[in-house]
Write a protein that binds this ligand. Sequence first.
Ligand SMILES: C[S@@+](CC[C@H](N)C(=O)[O-])C[C@H]1O[C@@H](n2cnc3c(N)ncnc32)[C@H](O)[C@@H]1O
Length: 257
Amino acid sequence: MPIEKDDRVYILLEDGRDYLVRVTPGKSLGTHLGNLELSELLGKEFGEWVFTSKGKKAFLLQPGVVENIFHMRRRTQIVYPKDLGYILLMLDVKEGDRVIDVGLGSGAMCGALARLVGESGRVYAYERREDFIALAQENLKEWGVIDRVTIHLQDIEEGFVERDVDALFLDVPEPWKYLRQCWDALRGGGRLAIVSPTAGQVIEVLRGLGALPFVAVQVWESLFREYKPNPSTFRPFDRMVAHTTYMIFARKVFETP
Ligand SMILES: C[S@@+](CC[C@H](N)C(=O)[O-])C[C@H]1O[C@@H](n2cnc3c(N)ncnc32)[C@H](O)[C@@H]1O
């Protein structure tokens, strides 16, 4: 499919710098390797390239979840792809699922969930700040998944509207306060994932989970190290993103074990 007006294109320069643009004829993208007239992208196929005004190659690729997250507008801490992938697997999110996401924040996790639940599923997002909802709505619209999301401007202390959801993702500063509300919203066997950056928060959550009918409780941290993809100097990058968050998982049952 050739690139058309208003398509979103992930542009990768030959030195690895990247950009995410919407193709708007008349607009240009300024880069340190020269300018690109966006109208030049029209009719090109993804996988092809164009030259910048300085004669450097710019590859034209489709954006995915990872590029969306790294290039999104954000005003809150977001869930990073290194953790997000594992959380989505542990929540077993798939086409047709009904999933709750709290707090919506800038919408990074919500966008990833919305893509996985597909046309027949639904994400119910909760957020207590109107300004964050406005930003997340912009992001979700940009990614083309807003139609799969119901947003509640609501503090989850009041609980959730939905019942029997397949999975629930909780990313708030004091998650242990809302575990009863999470249990009420989940279906039997439903999956809960919580992210918390500090050990004290995890301990509070574990105490809370222990007092409710949840099983399969696990706590994980992902340590990811990127390597220089160069055959002659292959080795780790000097810096790594080490701790981002702890991830806590549990499943709802009806009887306290
Ligand atoms: C770290 S951000 C969430 C980021 C989001 N998961 C993402 O991937 O972009 C935490 C959000 O939770 C919201 N929040 C905190 N406590 C809440 C509560 N009790 N009810 C609803 N939203 C809450 C905050 O306003 C904030 O936007």
